[in-house]
Design a binder for this molecule. Structure first.
Ligand code: NAD
Length: 305
């Protein structure tokens, strides 16, 4: 049993991670400002602090709780928001992450597991499915800020300050408690609109691809990363699915409404899928949930929204 602090533990992925840690009998502390997360998602067994990771009081909480392991998920996670508000994105995602890293050092944590992104850092399709060594060419402030934090860890806090860290780079995560605004928000949007018989809109041609992965599989990798691995890991299924295919999968199984196309978003990556061979080998992890189960999972999730 360990004392574990999770930033962003009231959010989509973070709340599932907290649930998994509580089941394993760990003592869990959640730090979240509830900017997009929900208090009702926070496991009742976890201690909760409503505070921003950018707050000067963050270090005091770390010193009081003295966690052995930190998971850092708190983030502004919207690519379109980052394009419109790059300064706020940098404040939350770079400055906030540096505060978490510094506080982790101050209490001498055994391991820091940071949630980066695999969906917004790679963009050169000739290297698909992307390995960790693929060129890092983000097209949005969100991708740049996530990569910046990875670089602080890889180039300074790891080698110079001897901080034991893992950066996880998930592809596009779907599952219960997902809201429509994140990297795989389109799954949640399509299911929710189609169940309400509302029209769906596809940005651009719909031929842009993503690698959709189930939240339970990402939580499984995160749990393993507390005791295994070091450095950066891509977490994906290696499969590319276009937005059009995703729409037809969901619409075909629900109602056959045609989607309307709208202009493409600047800064959107055209194709994405991740090669996770490094995580298979070093974390002993493999995604287990089948893409075909996506619609069933999301329809069930929409019922309890
Ligand atoms: P989410 O918005 O559901 O969760 C983020 C949580 O952080 C929320 O509870 C929010 O209230 C909290 N938060 C935001 N800013 C904060 C701040 N300044 N201080 C304290 N708490 C703050 O998002 P998610 O989809 O669960 O993403 C979790 C992490 O995983 C993020 O770092 C995101 O960038 C990363 N990620 C997500 C995906 C995906 O497909 N969802 C893919 C790759 C990476």
């Amino acid at each position: 049993m360990s004392k574990i602090l999770v930033t962003g533990g009231a959010g989509f992925i973070g709340s599932h991670l907290v649930d998994a840690l509580v089941v394993k009998n760990h003592k869990v502390v959640v730090v979240d400002n509830l900017s997009s997360g929900k208090k009702k998602f926070v496991n009742a067994e976890a201690k909760f602090y409503k505070i921003s990771v950018t707050s000067p009081k963050l270090k005091d909480i770390f010193k009081k709780e003295r966690p052995e392991i930190i998971y850092h998920l708190a983030a502004q996670k919207s690519v379109p928001f980052s394009l419109a508000h790059p300064l706020q994105d940098a404040t939350e995602n770079i400055w906030g992450s540096l505060k978490v890293i510094e506080a982790s050092l101050a209490v001498g944590v055994k391991k820091l597991v940071v949630f980066s992104t695999g969906g917004a850092i790679y963009s050169q399709a000739k290297f698909l499915p992307y390995k960790e060594i693929a060129p890092e060419t983000p097209l949005s402030p969100y991708g740049v800020s996530k990569l910046t934090v990875d670089n602080y860890l890889r180039n300074f806090y790891g080698p110079v300050k001897k901080l034991n860290f893992v950066c996880l780079r998930p592809s596009n995560v779907y599952g219960p408690r997902q809201d429509p605004y994140g990297e795989a928000g389109v799954v949640s949007v399509f299911v929710h609109h189609l169940l309400k018989h509302q029209a769906c809109h596809i940005n651009g041609s719909g031929r842009q691809t993503r690698d959709y992965i189930y939240v339970g599989d990402i939580v499984d990798a995160a749990v393993k990363a507390a005791t295994r691995g070091s450095g950066v890991y891509n977490l994906g299924t290696g499969k590319e699915t276009s937005v059009n295919t995703l729409y037809h999968l969901i619409a075909g199984l629900l109602y056959g409404t045609e989607a309307k196309h709208q202009p493409a978003i600047a800064g959107e990556i055209m194709r994405s899928s991740l090669n996770s061979a490094k995580a298979f080998k070093e974390l002993g992890w493999k995604p287990k949930t089948r893409f075909e189960d996506l619609v069933r999972i999301m329809v069930e999730a929409d019922k309890v929204r």
